[in-house]
Write a protein that binds this ligand. Sequence first.
Ligand SMILES: [Fe+2]
Length: 230
Amino acid sequence: MKNWFEFQEKFHKSKLSESKVTDDKNSKNFVLFNISNEIIKPILDIAKILLEKGKLDEILVFQGKQYAEFIKVCYNNLTEIDEKKLQEWLDDPEFDNLMKVAGKQLRLEIESKHIKKKIIQCVSKYFQIDWDKADITLYVQMPGQMFPLHYDAFKSNVFTGTHDKEYKVKRWLIMLEDQKPGQSFQMGDRFINWAQGDVIAWKNVELPHGSGNFGYWPRFTLRITGEIVN
Ligand SMILES: [Fe+2]
């Protein structure tokens, strides 16, 4: 994974002008704005109920084969990536502890149309995106789990069907509870502090980021990714 990280670092720097989908307002603390507690609370309640009912998948955040397939789509027409070499990079045993032991999180199942609709109703006015094709995912990072340091892959292929509209695709992370002791999130060389309802955004492929939870409380987030529409 380290080799893949370094490959991305080099390649993404060469493509930066095409990825600038955010303005500079958020470059200081990455918290773009805050959504009030009464709007966030029902989403947090949904997440807690799903967690309690066990409606979740425990996922490896960079699961070797699946992630390799995803990369193939994301970088299509952007750069050639040798599949065999990539697989070796992703399976590097030196980082098993980071990738396969701790590199996990829970993805809550919001396949039910009713729940998805409810979440969209809560937040849709804040984000002008194509909600029909948007990716909306509730994540829980449990004590002991990490999201290893990484660069986001290019998303244009996935969300617009073509490789050259990176500027139109945007991702936000909505923090559903106040930050608790042991919950950490690093973006570039900075650590982010957050409160409930904070919407975190960054220039998607520009900054490496990752998080970890070494405390005793789960961390709930809602991740939204979609194509910006006017
Ligand atoms: Fe990411």
